[in-house]
Write a protein that binds this ligand. Structure first.
Ligand SMILES: C[S@@+](CC[C@H](N)C(=O)[O-])C[C@H]1O[C@@H](n2cnc3c(N)ncnc32)[C@H](O)[C@@H]1O
Ligand SMILES: [Zn+2]
Length: 815
């Protein structure tokens, strides 16, 4: 008996496996499917989205174990699925370790040892192949899930097509599918009467709408921010394009690149006098020491490259200035000594001439007035000049070396300034280079205050502006289709991210780092620019495409204005989030405005700071309630929502609960997926940071309860939840850790609470829409649920009395 009024994810969710898969996906870094399209902060792993959507669509039978097996099969996370995904061979030595004495006799040559295992001799090629395969399978099955994953592709990279497997799935689900897309359609039809319609109104980089569409659902994504909408659009239409289309787009990219390159060579702006091409240009700022009047290059480090022990030395010239000298392969001793030196450290200038130290704030002329800092640079930004101090070239054997600037490169720099100033006004008018001024804000104040920058173009030096501007110009001139414009704009964003005054030089990797390696705008004293040879990869970026055939739609709009129905809303709101999407995105919008207008004439091009959901407190709560009320109105009674948020303290939980409750939603279940972890990997107990998936449905009850009734119910619900989790815990990998049980107890509390229309003494509007600092009643109830869980989870070997004398923290440790 299948129950389509219930969902798999309401009952269970294999959180440990999904965490491991999510971690594997994140670890893939730049080769994750969508990250290559461009920078967006806080992208969610696709595998988690896939599991969540399947979890909603899958019905529940009376055999939970079977349900779980089928779920894992569809996700290619069961034994067969993992085997399908396995693409690396287990080494011979490892095979030996993983086999029994008996097996070794069978699969290895006599005389083999752990150090030198050998396969038997005299077998036919075919037999040998079959034997090796058999052995791989035996050994593979004995590995832990983590170890298995290291031999596997990601679930998104394989397609389950095996008839036998689909037979098992269809038998259980009473379906008739032969691939994931067909199954999703069928499950939608059974539940909603049509292909499921999925939406995300905070779509950001597009993970949710992309994965939903790729799985075969009708997909909708929207975001308030034009850069996010562009990325979402690109995920569906470019990462979702056919191979032929991608080939055409690649041609277009190449065409733009060669136009820019042609122009740069015509102007002779890169090659040095022996015909070598530059790779990176290293710049620093320089400023005048107020003590001695020397113009000092500001170098936080004199080290250029760690491996080749390359350093820059500064030498005084007769005009109270410094020239640069690059030395490679210096002695260990010299390298160590110079490693400790700098001309700027802790925001203080250390003058190499007079040895005096001056705080940068006093060079800027910052003043304190009534306890507030008045930044001195706001009207005078000639205090820090740009200075080229080293160039990395590549010779004809592809070997790279560093030199200090010679006359030719300095002439090239001069020429660049001249070329740029001749075109500056025209290019700004045409939108090829930024014109926008930097609006003050949490993150944008730093460049304004510490550098006196007023316009976005000041975040780029002349070389960067000229080159990035040329890309814009040719995108504008060569784009014919929406997709060409879009991929062109994405390219410009990638280039500006890697080619700004905020792109750091990493002496260890001998590479430059993007502006947004963190979620801020930190001006630097030394930075690097990419020459054309490096921009080649940045511009001609790889696209991981899968043809998407589903209906898909992308809008640019405020989530409060969603006005059509979806069966399922999966959202990842900017919850109490440190990421200032609206401000950071202006870095890109400054480059994209004009091109966006051409590509998407129906869109606005501002970041709409005022409308962005941000911060904490009443205004945040109000906009969240408006949005989630609206989403609840725009879904059928049997519809579902999943709200993702970062696992935080009880207070945050309680506020979110009240927001969702007031919006007319009730909690069904909650699951925690560890999406991030430290370098140790995601082993048991190594719980770091999680994304909580709250599963919600419409709240239609007008039942009323008293708080103590609610408390009693919470107690029962918590115990029920823990029992059922224990009942379906996985034997091979324990699926639930203490953190999961604790979370489940929160969820149980929320479930009971939001199941009522009204609870005596709890007025969520009072707590949400006015300034309150005291502990709210929901917080109290959640804490009670936590206590219930803690005492319910007493380890067997512990005596009850003793257990109750321990603090929660102690209990946590002991278990
Ligand atoms: C946490 S991010 C979503 C990330 C996304 N799930 C992904 O995987 O890339 C939240 C998004 O909400 C958007 N946002 C903020 N305020 C909004 C509003 N009022 N309406 C719509 N979107 C908004 C931000 O621009 C941001 O992209
Ligand atoms: Zn000095």
């Amino acid at each position: 008996m299948l129950d389509y009024n219930k969902s798999f994810i309401e009952v269970q969710f294999p959180v440990s496996r999904i965490s491991k898969e999510s971690y594997k996906e994140r670890k893939a870094g730049a080769s994750q499917t969508l990250t290559g399209l461009g920078k967006w902060w806080g992208r969610k792993p696709l595998v988690m989205v896939r599991a969540a959507l399947l979890g909603i669509l899958m019905p529940v039978s009376d055999d939970y174990t079977k349900d779980r097996d089928i779920f894992l099969k569809i996700m290619t996370m069961d034994e067969e699925g993992l085997w399908l995904r396995k693409y690396k061979n287990i080494s011979k030595k490892k095979l030996w370790q993983l086999t029994t004495e008996e097996e070794r006799k069978k699969y290895f040559r006599e005389g083999s040892t752990a150090k030198k295992p050998k396969y038997p001799k005299g077998m036919s090629r075919e037999n040998k192949k079959a034997m090796k395969e058999e052995l791989q399978r035996i050994a593979f099955n004995r590995l832990s899930y983590d170890d298995k994953l290291s031999y596997c592709r990601r679930p998104e990279d394989v397609e389950l097509t095996d008839e036998k497997e689909w037979g098992i799935i269809n038998d259980h689900l009473e379906t008739n599918s032969s691939n994931l897309q067909e199954l999703i359609k069928e499950l939608g039809e059974k539940r909603f009467g049509h292909t499921p319609k999925v939406g995300d109104c905070f779509s950001g980089g597009g993970s949710i709408p992309f994965e939903a569409a790729r799985m075969g659902a009708d997909s909708f994504g929207s975001d308030l921010n034009p850069i996010a909408a562009l990325l979402t659009w690109a995920s569906l239409n470019i990462a979702g394009a056919s191979d032929e289309e991608i080939e055409e787009l690649k041609k277009y990219q190449k065409q733009v690149f060669s136009k820019v390159k042609e122009q740069i060579s015509k102007w002779d702006l890169e090659e040095n006098n022996i015909g070598h091409t530059p790779v990176f240009y290293l710049y620093c700022n320089e400023t005048v020491c107020p003590e001695c009047g020397y113009t000092v290059p500001l170098l936080p480090s004199f080290i250029i490259a760690q491996k080749s022990k390359t350093i820059v030395k500064i030498n005084e010239t007769d005009r109270k200035k410094y020239s640069f000298e690059i030395n490679t392969n210096v002695s260990d001793e010299e390298f160590k000594t110079i490693d400790k030196k700098a001309t700027i450290s802790n925001n203080k200038l250390i003058c190499p001439h007079c040895n005096k130290t001056t705080p940068i704030s006093s060079i800027r002329g910052d003043k304190k007035l009534n306890g507030e800092t008045i930044y001195g640079l706001e009207s005078n930004n000639n205090v820090f000049n740009n200075k080229l101090y080293a160039i990395q070239y590549e010779d004809n054997n592809n070997d790279r070396y560093y030199v200090s600037p010679n006359k030719k490169v300095l002439d090239q720099e001069k020429k660049i300034k001249k070329l740029l100033s001749e075109r500056f006004d025209e290019w700004q008018k045409k939108g090829y280079i930024p014109k926008m001024n930097i609006e003050s804000g949490d993150k944008t104040d730093e460049p304004i205050r510490t550098r006196g920058w007023e316009y976005w173009n000041q975040l780029f030096n002349s070389r960067q502006l000229l080159i990035n501007g040329l890309f814009s110009k040719y995108v504008d001139e060569l784009s014919k289709t929406k997709k060409e414009y879009a991929i062109g704009i994405l390219g410009i964003n990638k280039i500006s991210n890697f080619n700004s005054k905020l792109s750091r030089w990493a002496s260890l990797r001998e590479h430059n780092i993007d502006t947004f390696y963190n979620q801020a705008l930190n001006p630097l004293y030394d930075y690097s620019a990419r020459a054309m040879s490096q921009l080649n990869n940045t511009w001609n970026f790889d696209i991981n495409n899968t043809l998407i055939k589903s209906n898909k739609k992308v809008s640019l709009k405020n989530a409060e204005e969603i006005n059509f129905e979806r069966d399922i809303w999966i959202t990842d709101p900017p919850y109490a989030d440190a990421v200032n999407y609206h401000e950071l995105s202006e870095f890109f919008l400054a480059w994209d405005k004009k091109l966006l207008e051409k590509a998407f004439p129906e869109w606005y091009t501002g970041s709409k700071r005022v409308l962005a959901v941000k911060g904490k407190g009443q205004s945040f709560n109000k906009s969240m309630v408006n949005i989630y009320k609206n989403l609840a109105d725009n879904m059928p009674n049997n519809g579902y929502q999943i709200v993702m948020f970062t696992h935080q303290d009880v207070k945050v939980w309680s506020i979110l609960t009240m927001i969702l409750w007031v919006s007319g939603l009730k909690v069904n279940s909650a699951w925690n997926i560890s999406t991030e972890t430290n370098s140790g990997g995601l082993k048991e107990g190594n719980y770091v940071k999680g994304t909580v998936l709250l599963v919600l449905q419409k709240q239609t009850s007008d039942d009323f309860a008293f708080q103590d009734e609610v408390y009693d119910e919470i107690q029962i619900e918590v115990q029920k939840m823990i029992d059922s989790m224990k009942g379906i815990d996985y034997k091979d990998i324990p699926d639930f850790t203490d953190a999961d049980y604790l979370l489940a107890s929160y969820a149980a509390a929320l479930k009971v609470l939001t199941g009522y229309g009204e609870i005596d003494g709890i007025d969520p509007e009072y707590w949400l829409f006015e300034e309150r600092n005291e502990e709210n009643p929901v917080e109290k109830l959640i804490k009670k649920a936590r206590d219930v869980a803690n005492s319910y989870l007493i380890p067997e070997e512990f005596e009850k009395n003793h257990w109750f004398e321990l603090s929660n923290a102690e209990r946590f440790f002991i278990r």
